[in-house]
Design a protein around this ligand. Structure first.
Ligand code: COA
Length: 145
């Protein structure tokens, strides 16, 4: 599901004239945290693990980036979230893959100890539906209903 849409500004740009990788990682981490919160009734999540982070193509100032999240695993105290970042060009109504990565987020209590996740089933269903719709659209298939 689409979690956020942001614009890249001059101040976000690194030495190569493109978005600094650490900036992108921070944005993805924030999106992973937001996603975990949207899917549950827990107050706090921490990032346990980031894997398969791939920068597919650079992002330039003025470009709009979209963050999509898919729940790939629901555990007892953790969830695994696949984050895909794309540049969206409104003029051509087109997308370009820029970054993807997998984030494991753990629910923690006030002492920082892991705690059970109180899932919001309707939010999970909505996220799964959004994922299927997006994949079908990308594959060029018509969505029923
Ligand atoms: C996250 C943290 C609370 C987990 O503590 P812990 O005692 O290892 O927790 P647990 O053993 O109870 O495991 C918690 C969950 O992580 C999962 N987990 C542990 N190690 C894992 C690994 N290497 N890969 C994937 N999942 C892992 C466990 O399976 C469990 O999930 P589940 O209940 O859904 O099955 C602790 O490691 C921590 O505080 N880390 C620092 C977090 C942080 O500060 N992040 C910001 C980075 S700057």
């Amino acid at each position: 599901m689409l979690i956020s849409r942001e614009m890249v500004l001059d101040q976000d740009i690194g030495l190569n004239g493109t978005l600094f990788g650490g900036d992108m990682m921070a944005r993805m981490d924030m999106v992973a945290g937001i996603t975990a919160s949207l899917m549950s009734r827990n107050r706090r999540f921490v990032t346990l693990k980031v894997s398969e982070l791939i920068f597919h193509s650079p992002v330039r100032p003025g470009e709009i980036i979209e963050f999509y999240a898919t729940i790939s695993r629901q555990g007892r105290t953790s969830l695994t979230i696949q984050i895909e970042v794309q540049v969206y060009a409104p003029v051509t109504d087109s997308h370009r893959d820029v970054t993807s990565g997998e984030f494991v987020m753990v629910a923690v209590d006030g002492e920082g100890q892991s705690e059970s996740i109180l899932w919001k089933p309707e939010a999970i269903q909505e996220a799964n539906r959004a994922h299927e719709t997006r994949k079908a659209r990308q594959a060029g298939r018509k969505i029923p209903g």
